[in-house]
Design a protein around this ligand. Sequence first.
Ligand SMILES: [Zn+2]
Length: 484
Amino acid sequence: MATPAGAPRTVVGLEIHVQLLTASKMFCGCAVSFGAPPNTLVCPVCLGLPGALPVLNRRAVDLGLRTALALGCRIHPRSQFHRKNYFYPDLPKNYQISQYEYAGHPPLATGGALEIVTEGARRLVRIRRVHLEEDTGRLVHAEGASGSLVDFNRSGVPLMEIVTEPDLRSPAEAREFLTALRRLLQFAEVSSGRMEEGTLRCDANVSLVGDDGVPGIRTEVKNMNSIRAVERALAYEVARQAEARRRGEAVVQETRHWDERRGVTFGSRSKEEAQDYRYFPEPDLVPLEVDEAWLERVRASLPELPAARRDRLMAAFGLGGADADRLTASPAMARFFEETVAAFPDARVVANWLVGEVAAYLNEHGTEIDAITLTPRRLADLLRLIEDGTLSGRLAKEILVAMIKDDLDAVAVVEARGLRQISDEAALGRIVEEVLAAHPGPVADVRAGKDRALGFLVGQVMKATGGRANPEAVNRLLRERVGS
Ligand SMILES: [Zn+2]
């Protein structure tokens, strides 16, 4: 997007916390699971009891390495865990084990980039670093209770932090970046990437640079629980800073929280500086050493990534770029497409239905392909009923919705609703005769060459049959009998 002359330029960097898909925690054997009763997935290590020693989860490192490879980062053969010291009731050790970056102590990986597309333009957003750390516990504010409760089930859950360079130039670019990153993490099978469930969390640093090139004060925006919330919060914050600049007021360096309901950000405690955390190397963990053999094993295990999947779908099934993009929006959608094609080999028809009717249903209901009752086999069965003339396309659309809502096969919906298409010429012929007799005006119009009147007559036959008439047969019978 071009910045109008004289308008300040938006500068956004993101810090993304990704919950890794591991079975156990970062430094102990406790299970990672949600919905368990509070404080049942804990042990002396993740409760920070004196004398308990952490042991690094190798699987978490694998997933961090996968991400670093997928983003084209430089992976450091030796990195170090640090203690980030601060007090908060959800942090039983009074420090978080994380990877801090300073001389001689790189994090797991640095550099790399991710491509985004906004308004048709492709651009690389640079990655500053990828590092591993552990999650904290969770404060629970129970209704009517006088204080807060703490649940330590989440304490020590493996997290990966991905930090971008301040390369994003608008709220829309931040949205595109998060969408692309989530897709990459899901295809790489690193994280479920669900912001609504907290397995992907994003904080944003926002500032404006004046046309004199002088950077403005930066604020950090938190508490955004969806990609759409990030875009809205950034739009609000950019407008707020621009207004302050216009009035000649100072922007304060602070953390601001997004209020989803009111649609505003509001300031809270001022941001701690790095030195306040008193980082120092974690004495209970040896440095993390990743040799070439380990890296090679991770490289060999890396699943097909979105760009490769998209290219393969285009080459193997003759799809256009736009369809291939939409079919690789998530691994679940890509898998659904390929499994449906295995059962119904007309890939273009399958693609049309998935990016058309099925996507419309998912959008309308705010859901995902793997969260509804439709299966590839059920969709293939429905498409076969259109192909063999049992159903018109229009009826099939209705049936699709009923299949999803009622958890049924296509044939079951057709039978239950008596929706089998009428292709029997004798039966259709009688209805056509009735329609012609009832509408002499349009019949005369068709004979005078007005094709729109024919459409009206087709519509009347469809209406009389509750949409079940075979449209091709109706067209042909009408033309024969009107003699146009
Ligand atoms: Zn534990």
